[in-house]
Design a protein around this ligand. Structure first.
Ligand code: URA
Length: 251
């Protein structure tokens, strides 16, 4: 399969062989343009190889081919139909910011504004996040890459479901592997629990210390939308940002 990584969970041997055969004979398709792109992503050019898409299954189907290059990974995500969210999204929200980022911020899932624009964290919570990051000298223009656990909006902004996280997280894991930041900031419970691998541990117990994700220092903190609802958590968020800033200063 060359440079591609296989995701074969749930496939019979026969199905796996068929997929390998299809890939060998050019089952990959050119991804149609979709979604808002950050200036950096636009500058890096469009991707090309994607898994062949059919009707969205009720639950996650195996992702047969996970591309190894950033542009191909993005192209694959933009046409993904691995879970039910592909049926209700307007567009896939892959990322914003720079791909040579020092920091990757991981949120939960796109909301209405993000679904409309194709960019993560562009609503009120996103603007607040940008403001808080700028207070420690970080911005998506030069040092930060932002993405979410889920790349598609859950209808009505409901919480992500477990099978949706399972279907989508290979994209996030590959993004992190390709970006290789000096530090990670998980905002909110879903990103924090996924990246720490801590199951259902409360966010209050995860924040305030440095974890490790595949060797990359990871700080967990409150979601900016939660701060807007509960300003009393802003002090804790601020402390977590200082922790993060110190990490980057000593990297
Ligand atoms: N909340 C998130 O977690 N991500 C977004 O992109 C927007 C709001």
């Amino acid at each position: 399969m060359g440079e591609h990584e296989l995701f074969l969970e749930g496939l019979t041997r026969e199905q796996a062989l068929k997929l390998a055969e299809a890939a060998r004979h050019g089952a990959a398709a050119v991804a149609p343009p979709q979604g808002g792109r950050s200036p950096v992503e636009s500058a890096t050019g469009g991707g090309s190889v994607v898994a062949r898409a059919t009707a969205a299954p009720a639950t996650a189907s195996p992702l047969p081919v996970l591309p190894a290059s950033y542009d191909e990974l993005r192209a694959a995500a933009l046409t993904c139909t691995r879970c039910r969210l592909s049926e209700t999204r307007t567009q896939v929200v892959f990322s914003d910011g720079v791909i040579d980022a020092r920091l990757v911020v991981v949120g939960e899932a796109p909301g209405a504004n993000e679904d409309e624009t194709g960019l993560p964290f562009v609503g009120a919570a996103g603007k607040y996040l940008d403001l808080l990051l700028s207070s420690v000298g970080l911005s998506r223009e030069d040092s930060v890459y932002i993405c979410n656990v889920l790349k598609c909006r859950p209808p009505g902004n409901r919480n992500p479901m477990e099978d949706e996280i399972e279907a989508c997280s290979p994209f996030l894991k590959k993004q992190l592997e390709l970006i290789r930041p000096q530090a990670l900031l998980a905002v909110g419970s879903f990103a924090s629990q996924l990246l720490t691998g801590s199951g259902k541990v409360a966010l209050g117990k995860l924040r305030g210390e440095v974890h490790s994700y595949e060797g990359v220092p990871l700080v967990c903190t409150y979601h900016p939308a939660a701060l807007l609802r509960n300003p009393k958590w802003t002090r804790s968020f601020w402390d977590d940002l200082q922790l993060l800033r110190n990490l980057l200063d000593s990297a």
